[in-house]
Write a protein that binds this ligand. Structure first.
Ligand code: DX5
Ligand code: ZN
Length: 216
């Protein structure tokens, strides 16, 4: 299992050193949540802020766009140093065109589904995608409870990929911690985002190691 700490739970006054801390603690990816106060009822940061912290780790930067019109901002996040960009299938941008735009910048592309969206919503795009992110909370805030009833969607997507001979990464985001990660692993999740569970732990390295060990 790969662990992607969500910077949404970091100390924003020292984002650079928080990224360094996660890098040293054994994070596999850095997960950066972008919210526009429209697609979700919360605001975070945009590409200019993330560009300034890119230098604090060589690990892949996994940018999760919770914004209404992601297509408009792909170039900005590409220029800021994103390695992976995921956006919501429920957004207003044309999905095919947005995936193409991400890939044209040499970045891995992923689609995200909210809890009320069925797994089948991503099926038309599977051939073009590198990754699918299944939300295990309603997007917008850290620290919410894990929705175990989202895991059948992970299995459905895995099965569909196997049927088509595709090897996509499945990521899960929201409410993942010591009590929930084993279920996600068992369902076939490859990468778990973890905000609260890692940033609020006394020892981030221990927390990440523990999360990984619970998936073995
Ligand atoms: C929620 C974000 C998540 C969130 C996860 O909209 O996409 O990445 O920060 O935080 P925890 O792990 O605390 O649920
Ligand atoms: Zn996220």
């Amino acid at each position: 299992m790969k662990i992607a700490p969500s910077l949404l739970s970091c100390d924003f006054s020292k984002m650079g050193s928080e990224i360094e801390r996660m890098d040293k603690a054994g994070a596999d990816w850095m997960h950066l949540d972008v919210m526009d106060g429209h697609f979700v009822p919360n605001l975070t940061f945009g590409a200019p802020v993330y560009k300034t912290v890119r230098k604090y780790s060589d690990k892949p930067f996994d940018v999760h766009l919770m914004i209404t019109d992601p297509l408009k901002y792909i170039d900005d996040f590409a220029d800021a140093g994103a390695d992976i960009i995921t956006f919501h299938v429920e957004c207003d941008s044309p999905v095919d065109e947005t995936i193409d735009k991400i890939k044209s910048r040499g970045i891995k592309a992923g689609l995200v589904i909210k809890p009320k969206t069925p797994a089948s919503a991503v099926f038309p795009y599977l051939e073009k995608l590198d990754l699918v992110l299944v939300m295990t909370v309603e997007p917008g805030f850290g620290g919410q409870s894990f929705m175990a009833d989202m895991l059948p969607k992970v299995r459905e997507i895995k099965t569909e990929c196997q049927k088509r001979g595709l090897d996509l990464i499945i990521e899960a985001d929201g409410g993942i911690g010591e009590d929930t990660i084993a279920q996600a692993a068992e369902a076939g999740v490859d990468v778990c985002v973890a905000g609260t569970a890692v940033f609020k732990a006394d020892d981030a390295a221990k927390a990440i190691a523990k999360l990984k060990s619970m998936c073995e």
